[in-house]
Ligand binder design. Structure first.
Ligand SMILES: NC(=O)c1ccc[n+]([C@@H]2O[C@H](COP(=O)([O-])OP(=O)(O)OC[C@H]3O[C@@H](n4cnc5c(N)ncnc54)[C@H](O)[C@@H]3O)[C@@H](O)[C@H]2O)c1
Length: 261
């Protein structure tokens, strides 16, 4: 019996924030499924290690800051020239600067939006210009379940993710007739460096899982944190042809933490 081709064979995918955490898991999974992946991060080390492990024909590292407007446009042009026509964009790069609003600095607000919202806009615009011209493509933005529920100490982050989420859905509407799908994956607490920076004492992890009434958090009904690969699996589904009739969707991967209807 002939072996089936990997699902994403022949596709070119660009993944931001690929140096660690969820972005790294997405880059690995898409490469494992046959895509040629361009792994983008502003920190060079993690993506260089991925390239060394997989080989540059499967994962090519590009050290780019998504807040650098000109560099983002150059990155998409260079990807099309040297790797292949862009079929898939996954916006994962993100920052979290926890602070209550009364203590939040202008700089933290601006940096949060520059990466989490404007970075998503710039990369998606550059990719959309290529994809619409060809009449095919898939964009996934990794948002957050914090975009849909108020959280103390996370106003800038939650607002920036809400902006990225609605931006991605509006883009999906604009691009639908040209055959380009745009979706959002909204993770809950996921075991990465970003999550661990919030843990101030040894009980912090179990408070995330069991809930914390004083912070108005209900916990995670499935009783565990997500692993980065749990989020990557949702992304891999949405970019695949199995999701060909799905666009403008927001897929929550949070173990039920936001008790959504
Ligand atoms: N970990 C969680 O609990 C959680 C929950 C919900 C949503 N998310 C979202 O998932 C995404 C990934 O989170 P993570 O937990 O893996 O975070 P992480 O901090 O472990 O990794 C983020 C990566 O993005 C890169 N990055 C940051 N700013 C960048 C920029 N300007 N240009 C290029 N790269 C940049 C970082 O260098 C890093 O490699 C983020 O968008 C985050 O908001 C995470």
């Amino acid at each position: 019996m002939r072996e089936r081709e990997p699902e994403l064979a022949g596709r070119t995918a660009l993944v931001t924030g690929a140096g660690q955490g969820i972005g790294e898991a997405v880059a690995r999974l898409l490469a494992d499924q046959g895509a040629s992946v361009v792994a983008v991060d502003r920190a060079a080390d993690g993506i260089a290690a991925l390239e060394a492990e997989y080989g540059s024909d499967r994962i090519a590292a590009r050290a780019v800051d998504v807040t650098d407007h000109a560099a983002v446009d150059r990155l998409v042009e260079e990807t099309e020239r040297t790797v292949g026509e862009l079929d898939i964009l996954v916006n994962v790069a993100g920052v979290l600067r926890p602070s209550r609003v009364v203590d939040l600095t202008d700089e933290d607000w601006d940096d949060t939006f520059a990466v989490n919202s404007t970075g998503v806009f710039r990369l998606s615009r550059a990719a959309a210009r290529k994809m619409t011209a060809r009449g095919a493509g898939s964009i996934v933005t990794v948002g957050s379940n914090a975009a849909g529920v108020p959280r103390a100490g996370m106003a800038a982050y939650a607002a920036s993710k809400a902006a990225a989420t609605l931006f991605t859905k509006c883009l999906g509407l604009e691009l639908a007739r040209s055959g380009v799908r745009c979706n959002v994956v909204s993770p809950g607490s996921t075991d990465t460096a970003m999550q661990r920076q919030l843990w101030s004492d040894p009980e912090a992890r179990s408070r995330v899982i069991d809930g914390e009434p004083s912070a108005y958090r209900v916990g995670i009904p499935l009783g565990r944190l997500a692993e980065p690969v749990d989020v990557a699996e949702a992304v891999a589904f949405l970019v695949s042809d199995r999701a060909r009739h799905i666009t403008m969707h927001d897929l929550y991967v949070d173990g039920g933490a936001t008790l959504r209807v």
